[in-house]
Design a protein around this ligand. Structure first.
Ligand SMILES: [Zn+2]
Length: 344
């Protein structure tokens, strides 16, 4: 019987006379993988050639470097906007150190920023469980309320840029939560492909993926409560990608506080791995499909980011991602899995 999920890979060999080895013929092997859901390709090359760069976090506290931060101290009450009463009667949502406010640079009709901490610079290892938990709780509360208020925007997204290599404009930890009708190309393609898989096999692709990955173990990192954590077969990031799947959570309304705890537990383990690997920056997102379907469960995606060097701050994205829309990774997902697993 034909496998429902297939892993396709094309090996590439490149030969040249290497000046580093007295011009002896040298063969370099790379490969291209096809995402088993969408069929989109990703290149794997340059293995081990790119090392994450250490950031000088102290520097970000230097008043000269820091400049004005709207999220710092008592200023965050005075400097951040409030929602109109019709959207959020309280104006803002608060829990512990987390404060959710409108995004002054909105992405859609309902667009918010969650200021996660009082502190301006929070190293990954110092994020407390409560700081992370409270931030997700207020962010999800906002998205759930927006969904009840206006059903015309069916998709909910959490986006998170942490530290400057990720493209984050502010060092102060913050996440973005917004509802939208246009969730981005990656989301839209995965949603479409998940629906097609469901039509073909009457199965949730993501659940099937977890089952298959659990069996082979090559990319299966571990479980936190009901959530499953995997290294993606095709990585969106230069240094790999980790996905957390929440089987059966087909609608944001079903994402419980227990799910938030599982998410935070998984995240803290990944943060320990990042700290161990000197990874100081990442992009992350939490995706929710539209209600009423049974093929696109909530999932979380995290991609490490780094400058290639801190001499001229070259970013880890280049023509491949910018104009070919092709991910390139220098880390094999199977190696990433093996390393992250020891932290789970
Ligand atoms: Zn700040």
């Amino acid at each position: 019987m034909k496998e429902k999920i297939t892993y396709k890979k094309v090996d590439v060999e490149n030969t040249f006379h290497d000046p580093r080895q007295d011009f002896q013929p040298t063969v370099v092997k790379t490969h291209v993988r096809y995402d088993p859901l969408t069929g989109k390709t990703g290149h794997f090359s340059h293995f081990g050639a790119i090392k994450p760069q250490q950031l000088d976090l102290e520097k970000y506290l230097d008043p000269q470097v820091k400049g004005f931060c709207p999220f710092c101290g008592a200023g965050r009450e005075a400097n951040t906007p409030k929602f109109p009463r019709e959207i959020l009667p309280e104006g803002r949502l608060a829990k512990g150190e987390a404060l959710l406010v409108p995004n002054i640079f909105p992405y859609d009709v309902y667009s918010s920023v969650c200021v996660m901490t009082q502190g301006h610079v929070v190293p990954l290892e110092q994020f407390s469980f409560d700081q992370l938990f409270d931030s997700f709780v207020v962010g999800l509360e906002f998205l759930k309320r927006v969904k009840a208020l206006d059903s015309s925007l069916p998709y909910q997204i959490m986006g998170w840029n942490y530290m400057p290599p990720s493209g984050g404009g502010l060092v102060h930890p913050h996440q973005q939560y917004f509802a939208t009708g246009q969730p981005g190309n990656q989301f839209a393609e995965e949603l479409r492909a998940s629906e097609l898989f469901y039509e073909n096999y009457h199965l949730d692709y993501w659940l099937e993926l977890v089952t298959v990955e659990q069996k082979t173990g090559e990319r299966y990192i571990g479980q936190q409560g009901d959530s499953h954590w995997l290294a993606s077969y095709v990585s969106l990031g230069m240094l790999g990608e980790i996905v957390g799947v929440f089987p059966g959570v087909y609608c944001i309304d079903d994402f419980s506080e227990a799910n938030v705890s599982e998410l935070v537990s998984g995240l803290q383990k990944i943060f320990s791995y990042f700290s161990h690997k000197v990874i100081f920056s990442f992009n992350a997102s939490l995706f929710f499909g539209p209600g009423g379907q049974q093929f696109f469960p909530a999932h979380f995606r995290i991609v490490p980011r780094t400058f290639l060097n801190t001499r001229d701050f070259a970013p880890d994205l280049n023509f491949f991602q910018a104009v070919l829309q092709e991910p390139v990774s220098v880390v094999l997902p199977e190696d990433l899995c093996r390393e992250v697993k020891t932290f789970f």
